[in-house]
Design a binder for this molecule. Structure first.
Ligand code: ATP
Length: 342
């Protein structure tokens, strides 16, 4: 974080019933100008409620929302100057796509409309009406309309949920480029880990109304705070070991740790951090392949290492068969995990 903070969320709390649990529980985070933050977590963890409180659609029971240091907590949604695209899109039905985008746009004109439509893959759609569009197309128009207004902050709830896989990845790339050049900050909600990792600068992983970890996308992926974060953001091997200083003894041998620890620890090792090869003559294997998964460009091997099963990602060219005795090696450091509340 820098002194360039745009949005500050301070101890935000929301309960829907007086005796029930807080669905958003003392939540705090900061967002820099032009930064993209993903709120990610399982269904019902409070992501949308958090976004709605920032937008002004939901009143917090406690806590504050500040934009550039100004307290917005009791300000109506329409006065906050925050753009938003929620799941129901809400395009103006009596206006064409072009008129929808021009409405509230910072710069007017045909070129501007064409530029934003091109970016969301809808060239030539400006004369259509919303009811002549598919759900995914309406979603893209809603995104284009929010970007055209060029606010400093836009809130997006599952922004790419209605787009098919190929379009989603292209749209993410184009939109990310636009947001970075325009300096627009984003808070978006998703439960798709690939979307969070590829579109966001920072990721806040939520569970039960709280943030478990908030950090740069690569940091949260490479150094998850606990087992929940580790498994939520991708496949991983969770192993037990005994740590001393900067090393841990596991069924894969003695491994370096990302930070010192002591005593019994759980560790996370991503499958792509493990290497696998067939044993050479006279060499002692440390595992045996129990299952092979062919995935096109790469393979996942399931290997029994001294009674513990680990998954190892490898290039397709390696081609080892089930039952092969192998050497599994670790490329990188093991991540000691903190206590995960179950
Ligand atoms: P999803 O990924 O499924 O959209 P989410 O993380 O966005 O989930 P929220 O929509 O914020 O979760 O909901 C958090 C919890 O609050 C849920 O248990 C939900 O049922 C409850 N909730 C949300 N809105 C209301 C409401 N208006 N009245 C009562 N309970 C609500």
């Amino acid at each position: 974080m820098t002194d360039n903070i745009l949005l500050s969320v301070r101890s935000l709390t929301r309960r829907f019933t007086s005796s029930g649990p807080a669905v958003v529980d003392d939540l705090s985070f900061d967002l820099d100008a032009g930064e993209i933050l993903a709120l990610i977590g399982p269904s019902g963890c409070g992501k949308t409620t958090t976004l709605r409180m920032i937008a002004g659609f939901e009143t917090p029971d406690a806590g504050r929302v500040l934009l550039s240091g100004r307290d917005l907590t009791s300000m109506p949604a329409e006065q906050r100057g925050i753009g938003m695209v929620f799941q129901d899109y809400a395009l103006f039905p009596h206006m064409t796509v072009g008129e929808n985008i021009r409405f509230g746009a910072r710069r007017k004109g045909r070129e501007m409309v064409a530029r934003y439509l091109g970016m969301v893959g809808l060239d030539g759609f400006d004369q259509r009406y919303p009811d002549q569009l598919s759900g995914g197309q309406q979603q893209r128009v809603a995104l284009a309309r929010s970007f055209a207004a060029e606010p400093r902050l836009i809130l997006l709830d599952e922004p790419f949920s209605n787009l098919d896989a190929a379009l989603r990845s292209a749209a993410r790339r184009e939109i990310r480029r636009l947001l970075k050049s325009a300096g627009i900050a984003i808070v978006f909600v998703t439960h798709d880990q690939e979307e969070a990792l590829s579109f966001a600068d920072r990721i806040a992983v939520m569970r039960d109304g709280r943030i478990l970890q908030n950090g740069a996308a690569h940091e949260v992926y490479d150094r998850p705070a606990d087992a929940f974060v580790a498994t939520f953001l991708g496949r991983t091997n969770l192993l037990e070991g005994t740590a001393e200083g900067g090393f841990v003894r596991t069924s894969l041998g003695l491994l370096p740790l990302t930070r010192p620890a002591s005593g019994r620890v759980s560790i996370s090792l991503r499958p792509e951090r493990l290497g696998i090869r067939a044993v050479e003559a006279d060499e002692q294997p440390n595992g045996r392949i129990v299952a092979v998964e062919f995935k096109g460009h790469d393979m996942t091997y399931w290997v029994d290492c001294n009674g513990v099963e680990v998954q190892v990602d490898a290039m397709q060219s390696i081609r080892l068969a089930e039952g092969t005795p192998v050497c599994v090696a670790v490329d990188g450091e093991a991540v000691p995990l903190g206590d995960s509340k179950q």
